[in-house]
Design a protein around this ligand. Sequence first.
Ligand code: UDP
Ligand code: MG
Length: 316
Amino acid sequence: MSTLSIIIPCYNEEAVIMESYRRTKAVVDNLPIHATIIYVNDGSTDRTRELLNGIAAADARVSIIHFSRNFGHQPAVTAGIHHCRADLAIIMDADLQDPPELIPDILALREKEAANVVYCVRSSRKGDQLFKRATAKAFYRLMNAMSVVQFPLDAGDFRLIDRKVMNEFGRLKEHGKYIRGLISWIGFKQVPFYYRHEARAAGTTKYPLSKMIRFATLALVYFSNKPLRLAMGLGFTAVVVGLILTVWFALGKIYGFSHAESGWTSTITIITFFGGVQLLTVGMLGHYIGVLFDEVKARPEYIIDELVQPDKEDEA
Ligand code: UDP
Ligand code: MG
């Protein structure tokens, strides 16, 4: 008989965490398999810590990983996977946008398809603002255009993974983890599960635009070197255009069909344009070097302040 852990990252979720636990517990109580909940408190500065400790004190199936500060959503999920000892794990948000009531259906689908991964696809995102929906849609399509691996469209981190996938995930050495991408990349049998993404039950999003941009850049840089090739393409185009212009103006000077000396507008346009292209490509290169720098330093992805009721193996 298999066991399940539900991994839930939380950052300043005091407004929703009790309701989230209540609904998750109701599901866990009625599952045919033994299930535990792993909350990862990602350095919350509100009452999330106390509320979670209260939940764990009353429920032996709940364990908590308290981070030393806010490390971000992806490191929080990573810690949850690293500390999971069950045969299966389901990754879920704390805000009830991913309804815990779907867990039995997800488990049933895994069983029926003998799948290693069940990734949940948002067939409707009625809970999200138009801006978020549009940017997310564009992002998933851009990722597939840029990346060497193909990712399922419109799937977040809400998914079930089995022990095989967790073990392989544990072997990944990179520190910047784009988890949904890595799980696609790991492979094995992956099947989609379509669901309706609900509105946040309470509280506000912990993903402001700045975090969304950082997240999208991480995904792009870690899964694609196409931006670098694009930069090379731009450089090549610039050289060709430059050569043609040189020949054109030189011949024009000799045969008198061009009036280069009166071409202030074209000169300024070309200087500005190619100046911009150069800075852009240098910036792009710089970003990859920055990522390399971070990876070379190899700092841990997260630092744990305290483990509350960890699975037995963790205590060793
Ligand atoms: N989260 C986290 N650390 C962060 C930001 C978010 O652990 O730095 C958690 C958050 O508590 C939630 C999940 O990640 O459980 C998704 O965040 P949110 O619902 O705010 O994002 P959205 O659904 O608006 O994209
Ligand atoms: Mg949310």
